[in-house]
Design a protein around this ligand. Sequence first.
Ligand code: GLN
Length: 446
Amino acid sequence: EACLAQIEAVDGQIRAFLQVTAEQALAQAEAADRRRAAGETAPLLGIPLAIKDVLATRGVETTCGSRILQGFVPPYSATAVRRLEEAGMVMLGKTNTDEFAMGSSTENSGYFPTRNPWDPERVPGGSSGGSAAAVAAQEALAALGTDTGGSVRQPASLCGVVGLKPSYGRVSRYGLVAYASSLDQIGTLTRDVEDAALLLNVIAGHDPLDSTSMPAPVPDYTAALTGDIRGLRIGLPAEYFVEGMQPAVEAAVRAAVEELARLGAEIVPIHLPNTDKALPVYYLVAPAEASANLARYDGVRFGFSAGAESMLENFRQTRGQGFGPEVKRRIMLGTYALSAGYYDAYYLKAQQVRTLIKRDFEEAFQQVDVIAGPVSPTTAFRIGEKVENPIEMYLSDIFTISVNLAGICGISVPCGFDEQGLPIGLQLIGPYLGEERILRVAHAYQ
Ligand code: GLN
């Protein structure tokens, strides 16, 4: 009730939610009360959470922030959502996102932009901007987001909350509407690191419904939160402190690293030499995969249909009216990159360079346990500031996308504020399935 009251009070301005499922939430809360009264325990019994609208929720409209999925009510829930429900979650509603998770500001939502609770003239980041804003504005205790190129970590950083992107395959993608299948991963937005560990405990683990989910055992992530990081080697990549980044961001991140040293970690300068290739590689691979994944929206199977007479005309009009400009841009980029004659020059080449980026991390993790750096080169920017310039918007992903290309894990944890009082995030990157390490360091720091 407190969360619903807070949503009622602030969401008219913040607009974190595409849909609030108040009635269902209250029913779930009552059911949780009954379970508790009966002596039952479950890790999230009665805990109110928000779910990014790219995750399928049984019986609850799931739009991916797109007009083309308006009215689509999935007959099943994503595995991560189902596991939260089994653990006792109360679902408050579905949060806003850039259309099909394509964006860094939530301005590409087909419905409305979400505002940053720290300054409503500014973006919350994206694409999980609704989830990050909901947690920052205390509308939900925590939320699920998804991270294909930074979409959990970057909005967490811009909204001053904790954002965890697990390793590829750590959390089942079943029921996560695909954007770029080799990069997508479900993550958490929480107020602190312990909550991130608690949620990961529930959602992680193999799922027979997702062949890319890892059949590795799930540790108790809260057990990793010992507070002790003495002797841990933390790498500081030279390539992550570039010209053009906001001075306050660099200062806050460097101060955070000093704090880690004070806590007993050893700071080791390292190099990730292929960092400058991550953006071009990502913006080939992600649109290529997206163009294939989005072919299914044909005006017949899901959601919106333009209702034209002939099949081809209906296909054209449904996609023409249903998709927004950024989604169309990516479908065109991806279709071009995958065309006969271009495949080798673009997609294949990008995959080769992706391997080099992955190797950079493998070599770095021979020398260090965790890598530290910024999440985003700037704090929250103004609504409208970058919408006309997609390249500039893409540049804000520079420190987050390599982690997705390499399939490893990362966490954003608040580490200070700029001159205007806007939050700054510290990014901690771990090796494949190294979630315990980054959670431990983030928790000790926080
Ligand atoms: N900003 C990146 C993009 O637009 C990442 C988005 C994401 O992680 N979903 O593709």
